[in-house]
Design a protein around this ligand. Structure first.
Ligand code: TEU
Ligand code: CA
Length: 546
């Protein structure tokens, strides 16, 4: 396909992320599935999203809920069949919704036939598909740690070798230095492209070019060569959206990932605004007070520096992160107002917004007392590890309540019926007990719901190209309560103002905008008569053409 024919539909569209096992269960086994998603496509169509990022549904032993794939070209029976997947792609197309597949290419499952072969002998043709080092039992090549705890090296006695895994031992790292591995991957991707997939999300793509001898995980020296080759052999042949997950991206790298020349991906998915609540240089469980001024500056830095030379993802949530309304908002008395305020801030910026399932309802974190309620491998491991290190149970649970990934993984709250309408069976993980008052059915009916506010924000991006193209400027940088910015284009301007906190506050700069007859596009309070006075978590978006 020639470059000129490539559309950039994803610049004005919103992407919705589905975590399939928690979305909708169609056969009452307690696990969400593909038919469940198909049942809810009309709901997503009403919201107005144009693509679904589907967390992994390929065959997997589910050690890390599907991020450990044992067959890249088959669907895990727990989610349905390949026929269901084809039906989902088809039914999505009918509604203008593309399906984005989650590609986990840094590692496979240890039950993938490649690894089963690789483990048989050092002479096996698949041995070199993974990363091995000779060694002595009990003395790993170095002290590198895995993200989910323990050493990054796992001993295989039959081979007298260690294999490298950045995540769990059931997720051995693929060896990207091996050309055969790369070719197999390109063929597999082409196969999915032929099936009509609309795009790909590349899991931890910044970690594929690891150099374990140098203790390098992210941003290895060969990283961008590999991505360029990958893109050239696959994505560039079609009109797809591609998004690279890169925890370790800075602005310069983000420009490489998302250069408009399409040599790598459509956009980058980076986390600088997310890691603010962890102590620098420590683990995510070592909590830090949120710093609002820093948050604003980080957003502004990305908005300004990527302008014209790259493309960013805009997100507050995903399946690895706690719920935003429980993090930066107020999930009690101002849940509705703060959820809408956070949405306003994000959706007024440049980039492609992502909505993680339930975010459009203002779903909240859970605070389960008992570790037995949790399911995530990362949470269960850190609990054990920290107990052994002498942390108190209270301290550990405090971190898990704030940061645990299961916060985002409780079943979607569809209605006030049994299990929130998610399943008639026993859900694989407990539902948040607040489902009787926070659910989709209720919000679809209520024109002032969070759901309908998100719907309006999505529509606004379509109606006002300035949201896609306008130049960003942060105002009131040092203000401790207000998040305020403009977007400017030729003959028009947009102003977004949000009171980030629960106390009321005056906003004097509003006066000049009002004098120039700016039009109020959206506000998270019904009656917006308060003029220059902002109520708790109040947010407004003004538009002005001249
Ligand atoms: O996450 C990337 C990643 O680095 C996470 O492990 C992250 O550090 C962690 O969630 C922080 O607690 C991706 C997927 O999004 C995640 O679900 C997978 O577990 C991980 O890769 C391994 O595939
Ligand atoms: Ca099911």
């Amino acid at each position: 396909m020639k470059k000129e024919t490539i559309s950039e539909w994803w610049k004005s569209s919103v992407i919705y992320q589905i975590y399939p096992r928690s979305f909708k269960d169609s056969n009452q086994d307690g696990i969400g599935d593909l038919q469940g998603i198909i049942q809810k496509l009309d709901y997503l169509k009403e919201l107005g999203i144009e693509a679904i990022w589907l967390s992994p549904v390929c065959k997997s032993p589910q050690d890390d809920n599907g991020y450990d794939i044992s067959d890249y070209q088959d669907i895990d029976p727990m989610f349905g069949s390949m026929k269901d997947m084809e039906e989902l792609i088809e039914e999505g197309k009918k509604r203008g919704i593309r399906i984005i597949l989650d590609l986990v290419l840094n590692h496979s499952s240890d039950e993938h036939p490649w690894f089963v072969e690789a483990k048989k002998s050092v002479d096996n043709p698949y041995h070199g598909y993974y990363v091995w080092r000779d060694g002595v039992e009990g003395l790993p090549p170095n002290d590198m740690r895995a993200t989910f705890g323990g050493s990054a090296w796992e001993w295989v006695p039959e081979l007298k070798q260690y294999y490298f895994h950045q995540f769990s031992p059931k997720q051995p790292d693929l060896n990207w230095d091996n050309e055969k591995v790369r070719e197999e991957i390109y063929e597999m991707i082409q196969w999915w492209m032929d099936k009509g997939i609309g795009g790909f999300r590349l899991d931890v793509i910044d970690q594929i070019a690891k150099e374990p001898d140098l203790k390098i995980t992210a941003n290895g020296p060969k990283l961008h060569d590999y991505i360029k080759e990958l893109s050239k052999n696959t994505f560039q042949k079609a009109d797809l959206v591609t998004v690279g997950e890169a925890w370790g991206a800075d602005i310069e790298r983000a420009k490489l990932y998302s250069n408009p020349d399409r040599s790598e991906f459509s956009m980058v998915f980076q986390f600088e605004h997310i890691v603010l609540d962890q102590q620098e240089g420590k683990e995510k469980w070592d909590l830090e007070e949120l710093d609002f001024i820093k948050l604003k500056k980080i957003f502004a830095k990305w908005q300004k520096n990527l302008y014209g030379s790259g493309w960013n993802s805009l997100f507050w949530n995903n399946h690895d992160l706690p719920r935003i309304v429980s993090r930066w908002g107020n999930d009690k008395e101002y849940r509705v107002e703060s959820a809408k305020m956070l949405a306003s801030i994000l959706h007024g910026m440049q980039g492609t917004p992502y909505i993680y399932q339930g975010e459009e309802l203002g779903m909240t974190n859970v605070n389960w007392e008992d570790i037995d309620s949790y399911r995530d491998i990362e949470t269960l491991n850190i609990y054990k590890e920290r107990l052994e290190k002498g942390y108190s149970k209270e301290e550990i649970m405090k971190s898990i309540h704030a940061k645990g990934r299961d916060n985002a993984r409780t079943p979607m709250q569809w209605s006030s019926e049994k299990n929130g309408g998610f399943s008639d069976g026993i859900p694989w993980i407990k539902i948040n007990e607040n489902y009787p008052s926070i659910h989709a059915e209720d919000q679809l009916r209520d024109p002032n719901s969070i759901f309908h506010y998100y719907r309006q924000l999505i529509q606004m991006r379509k109606d006002y190209p300035i949201i896609v193209n306008g130049e960003f400027e942060l105002l009131l940088e040092e203000d401790k309560d207000l998040f305020c910015y403009t977007r400017k284009g030729e003959g028009e301007a947009l102003l977004v103002i949000a009171n980030f906190h629960g106390k009321e506050i005056d906003v004097p700069i509003l006066k000049e905008w009002k004098d120039s007859k700016a039009e109020l596009l959206l506000c998270n309070y019904k009656d917006n008569m308060a003029e220059e006075h902002f109520r708790a978590y109040e947010a407004r978006i003004y538009y002005h053409s001249f």
